[in-house]
Write a protein that binds this ligand. Structure first.
Ligand code: GRF
Length: 202
């Protein structure tokens, strides 16, 4: 399966996918990395891996639609089977989501449906949670509410700050995202009727 990864920052999740895809039996190949930030640190990391990179700065386009049209043109040339959002900090239009629904997944740093949106770690601490974690899900119209493919939990420690908790969650993000992509690429999970359909071992 051909995979394009979307990033806006350092791309540590993208690099975890790149590393996993190096395994001979991994059922997906990362064929491109797209960012809305030309200075995203992850672009240099992807380029160093020999992966095609594309940057589309929103300010270079007159509208959200024009910005997405440029991205669609790059995607048409790459003809991906799967899109992976990985720290991509831009809301996609309904047009974009409809175009790729069922083929696009995202990683979110909370145990959805708890804490959709931003500042998830501080909100978990403020809520007195004793566990936190991350979720890989299909991307649907509502933000951070698509059907779930994988999750992992970590403890919230008494002296945690948002940063210490974020670091602990990021470690397991890097484990579950490649696992989720593998299951999806192998066809062991898929989205049907707005729900995840999965085999017994997925
Ligand atoms: C991660 O916490 C991820 O869950 C969120 O963006 C953060 C940074 O990701 N979506 P990365 O290091 O750029 O992959």
């Amino acid at each position: 399966k051909r995979v394009v990864v979307f990033i806006s920052g350092g791309g540590s999740n993208m690099m975890a996918l790149v590393a996993a895809a190096k395994a001979q039996d991994f059922p997906a190949e990362i064929v491109g990395v797209i960012s809305d930030k030309p200075d995203a640190g992850g672009l240099a990391k992807a380029a160093a891996e020999g992966i095609a990179t594309y940057a589309f700065a929103r300010k270079d386009y007159a509208s959200k639609e024009a910005h997405e049209e440029a991205i669609f043109a790059a995607l048409d040339a790459l003809s991906p089977d799967i899109l992976c959002l990985a720290g991509y900090m831009r809301l996609l239009s309904g047009t974009f989501i409809q175009r790729y629904e069922g083929k696009m997944i995202n990683i979110h740093p909370s145990l959805l449906p708890l804490f959709p949106g931003l500042h998830t770690h501080q909100r978990a601490i403020d809520a007195g949670m004793r566990i936190a974690g991350c979720t890989v899900h299909f991307v649907t119209e509502g933000m951070d509410e698509g059907p779930v493919i994988g999750q992992a939990a970590v403890p919230v420690l008494s002296d945690d700050t948002a940063d210490t908790l974020a670091a602990r969650v990021l470690t397991v993000e890097h484990q579950i995202y490649p696992q989720a992509l593998k299951l999806f690429a192998e066809g062991k999970v898929r989205m049907e009727g707005g729900k995840v359909v999965r085999t017994a071992d997925a």
